[in-house]
Design a binder for this molecule. Sequence first.
Ligand code: MRU
Length: 344
Amino acid sequence: MTVRNIRFDASTHELIILDQTLLPHEERYVTIDTLEQAEHAIETLQVRGAPAIAYFGAFVLAKEAGRLVDDPDFTRRLEIVGRRLIATRPTAVNLQNVIDSLLALNSGEDFEQIAGEIERRAVALYDRDVDTYRAIGEHALSVLPAGGNILTICNAGAIATSRYGTALAPFYVGKERGVAFNVFACETRPLLQGARLTVWELDQADIDVTLITDNMAAWTIQAKGVDAIIVGADRITRTGHVANKIGTLQLAVLANHYGIPFYVAAPHSTFDLTAEDAIEIEERNPSEVTHIGGQPTAPVGITVFNPAFDVTPPELITGIITEAGVFKADETAIIHHVGGTIHV
Ligand code: MRU
């Protein structure tokens, strides 16, 4: 997988993203110059996936810090930039964790130094985290049956992170080692991240993938003999409650019904140790449900419920897979493996 979802040039501050709304038909890169363009890019899912949004937010903050260095109101204005970025997608916690860690540097009068340090950390984070996703892939390989039929939802792949992905990492790492899987990808209505992105990504990497619609999951598990389900996460609480793309909860229920393992793969930056089971769920525009690809598929003005995520309780989760290993979705194991605070 050679596609880079985000490119930031530290010398020119040029920030370019792969526009994920156009995939799989068009691979177009767009330049992000202003904070408004950045907010729009996150809100419209041009850039998406909890970790990728965080890297992008970090680069935007670095860019804005560089722009503000001559402003006597630097400290307050940079704080506002950070808060605006965090507000763009409330459920995915990686963005908040990363922006908060960078804003912790925003004190003192040496604005050049603060801007330089934010930029250095943003670049280091994106580069360093490749090892994180590789480790997630390695740990996932240790629990998934080689050659097995594995079901996933949404896109928790390379374009949702920096490389390898989380839920898709074992398939990439497995490919490098000659371990093959048959991946079943739920299309993931309403925005079709499974059909448009996961299938595109895996197919490009020559990994065996079969597309199904979301309502085919139960029958596919039964008819094709799915061995395990693996998904990504947007926020994992201290008690092991997992927010992820809408549709994840029903897969967890199915896994339990059919007695197959249900794994959640995520880096430590996806944990929210302040939360227990209450997670704010982003609700999106009804047109995502009433339309597909801009074409209406429902009566005009019909009432719509469009939550972007759901929350899977710990008792439905076989294991959480992070860069530190595979462990149970309970508070003791989470605090033991992830630690008392989130280091991004
Ligand atoms: O709305 P999206 O496409 O950003 O949702 C993405 C997911 O739900 C992913 O599973 C999650 O962010 C993890 S990506 C490694």
